[in-house]
Ligand binder design. Structure first.
Ligand SMILES: [Fe+2]
Ligand SMILES: [Fe+2]
Length: 281
């Protein structure tokens, strides 16, 4: 199985010491995440699409693929930085899998009294009417060796999404991003857990992966959403992640610099992945 980071907040670099390669060319970076999984049976599955069609298409071309080469796309949750390029895939008839709540309601983030809409575009919602996704909130095998987590149970008291709002039926409420699911990749050496933004909390996500599959956790990669975490939360998260026994971590996207640096300092299996980076699992 091969993992390639197509879109991330940073453009990556090869690291031969950790068997991380990078395709030639200038990969674009943007606030968003898209990860390509190529299975041993030849299936190409995408986790999310990043924010913009331009970045997604540019980077996909650099790895030698066209949108129609993708067998299916799984959308982790309903934020623009994960589904912005979905119209490109829908126009090519690529099947979409996600949680039933992903495209429900209007999503906002509010900081310092300023509210910004962060949900799907009108263009995407219109395209989805003609190409409805496959919805499921329970764990499900998408293709051999690639499964969804189902909804993530929130166990910890220090991993709580803040500043997110959802407007539904004329009412606005705090949004815990209930729909966010992770992907599980089954490899010879253990389970790889891929997160979108990680809003349910990386400790909650990894704990559920371990409990529901009974597998050894090889790696956690993706957004850990810790850019607002204080020192107490950072340390509790670090301890919680270590307790799951996961061997490697590749914090990406919205993890934030302080959290990424803390993982780098304290976690021996730290990996730095960015747009263009690939590794064999
Ligand atoms: Fe995100
Ligand atoms: Fe998000």
């Amino acid at each position: 199985m091969r993992l390639t980071c197509l879109v991330d907040d940073n453009s990556g670099t090869a690291n031969p010491l950790h068997s991380i390669s990078k395709a030639p060319g200038n990969f674009l970076a943007e606030h968003g995440l898209s990860i390509l999984i190529e299975t041993d049976r030849g299936k190409k599955v995408l986790l999310d699409t990043g924010s913009s069609k331009e970045t997604f298409q540019h980077n996909l071309e650099l790895v030698g693929l066209r949108p129609k080469d993708i067998d299916l796309v799984f959308i982790s949750h309903g934020h623009y930085d994960h589904l912005g390029a979905l119209p490109v895939l829908l126009r090519e008839g690529v099947p979409v899998h996600t949680h039933p709540l992903t495209f429900q309601g209007r999503r906002f983030v509010e900081t310092s009294g300023v509210r910004k809409e962060i949900g799907p575009s009108a263009e995407l919602l219109s395209l989805l009417k003609e190409n409805p996704p496959v919805y499921d909130d329970r764990p499900k095998e998408l293709v051999t060796d690639v499964s969804t987590s189902g909804e993530v149970f929130r166990r910890t008291d220090f991993e709580k999404p803040v500043s997110f709002l959802i407007e539904r039926n004329g009412e606005t409420a705090q949004d815990i991003i209930k729909e966010e699911q992770a992907l599980y990749l089954s490899t010879r050496n253990g389970l790889v857990v891929l997160t979108g933004c990680g809003h349910p909390g990386i400790v909650n996500i990894l704990t559920q992966a371990q409990m529901s599959t009974g597998r050894k956790l090889l790696m956690a990669a993706g957004g850990f959403h810790m850019w607002k975490a204080d020192a107490d939360v950072l340390l509790k998260t670090m301890d919680g992640v270590k307790r799951t026994g996961v061997s490697k971590v590749a914090p990406m996207h919205c993890t934030g610099f302080a959290a990424t640096k803390t993982f780098s300092d304290r976690f021996p299996g730290f990996l730095l992945l960015g747009a263009g980076c690939s590794m064999e699992l």
